[in-house]
Design a protein around this ligand. Structure first.
Ligand code: BTN
Length: 239
């Protein structure tokens, strides 16, 4: 994986989108000092210090990639979850792609597509990982959050962690864009915290409430809503 290190940047996703035409497939842009990070649902991603990771992977489309766009974030969430496991913690994936440890968020993913006229120029798969932070800093975030050093009791080497993520991402990526979500379905479901629970999911400006009963072969969430009707949600945010 080709790497671009930025000393300080407002947002690696924003930078990657602006420079996408000059960046090769499977390039990663990363920093340890992101000053205006963005999260899903127009939220911000806090800068919790320079011993944490803020990164964006640039993926360029190929003929086989089309069918897997919607589950690229799930692919990355499995990659991240397995990396956390190497450190002895038990991560859970909150559909579609939040990673939590002991019910607190440790990593988030934001995928953004870049279109040029009517063509897809690429996908920017941004992720932030809380590696080394203090409870005092994390308590100021507006949702329960933790970091790998808090969960393991040891300081985490950020270069080593990044290398593990990139190596693991590349390991199955080519097969993933051929085979799609099915390749990782078992690995995903094993770690999913969302199933067999009542959930409220924000899908654009609608909120759907029901019991989460399954993850489909495409990585979508299947729920039975309050009218006993099955609904397949391809994207959304669990509230
Ligand atoms: C979320 O959980 O809401 C997604 C958070 C994604 C944050 C990462 S940090 C690196 C990249 N650059 C950004 O501005 N956001 C993503």
């Amino acid at each position: 994986m080709k790497r671009v290190y930025l000393d300080t940047i407002d947002s690696t996703n924003k930078w990657a989108k602006e420079h996408i035409s000059d960046l090769e497939d499977k390039t990663v842009v990363y920093t340890y000092n992101q000053t205006a990070g963005r999260g899903r649902l127009d939220r911000k991603w806090n800068n919790i210090g320079t011993d944490n990771i803020y990164a964006s992977i640039i993926l360029k489309p190929s003929s086989t990639m089309k069918g897997v766009y919607s589950s690229l974030t799930q692919y990355l969430s499995v990659v991240l979850a397995k990396t956390f496991e190497e450190y002895g913690v038990i991560p859970k994936i909150k559909w579609p792609n939040d990673i939590q440890v002991n019910g607190k968020k440790i990593s988030g993913i934001l995928a953004e597509a870049v279109n040029n006229d009517r063509y897809l120029e690429g996908i920017v798969l941004g992720f932030g990982v809380n590696l080394n932070s203090s409870k005092e800093i994390l308590d100021k975030i507006n949702q329960p959050a933790t970091s790998l050093n808090i969960e393991t009791g040891i300081r985490i080497d950020k270069e080593e962690f990044l290398k593990k993520v990139f190596d693991r991402f590349c390991l199955l990526y080519d097969r993933f864009i051929e085979d799609g979500f099915l390749l990782i379905k078992e690995d995903y479901i094993k770690r999913a915290s969302t199933l067999n629970k009542k959930v409220s999911v924000k899908v654009f400006d609608k909120i759907v409430t029901g019991n989460a009963i399954d993850i489909t072969d495409d990585g979508a969430l299947k729920i039975v809503d309050e009218n006993n009707k099955e609904q397949i949600l391809l994207m959304g945010d669990i509230l």
